[in-house]
Ligand binder design. Structure first.
Ligand SMILES: [Zn+2]
Length: 100
């Protein structure tokens, strides 16, 4: 036989809330964009064992402009030809590359 009784337990739990997001590439504050879930992403890089980073992984926050500026041409070769937005994205990549 199992006899039970109800007990109320109150405890503290520490939670982590995101208060701001900064682009790791240009240091732009993306907090307002984040609130509407637009204009920001995360670049995750995982290196294999035996590489110079030997299994390490990294996560960097990145804004839309920096993503296109640093990775746009790589995506152009792999994915973007299938995307109807390609012309718009190519124009944006060229605009960002010409900025100094
Ligand atoms: Zn940026």
């Amino acid at each position: 036989m199992i006899i039970t009784e109800t007990e109320t337990i109150t405890y503290e739990k520490e939670v982590e809330n995101v208060t701001s997001i900064i682009c790791d590439f240009c240091h732009k504050d993306l907090t307002d964009d984040f609130k509407i879930s637009n204009g920001q992403g995360t670049v995750r890089i995982g290196f294999g064992y035996g590489s110079g980073f030997d299994g390490d992984s990294f996560a960097l926050e990145i804004c839309d402009d920096c993503f296109l500026k640093h990775f746009g041409r790589l995506l152009d070769k792999q994915f973007m030809e299938r995307d109807m937005k390609m012309d718009m994205l190519r124009a944006k990549i060229e605009e960002l590359e010409n900025e100094k």
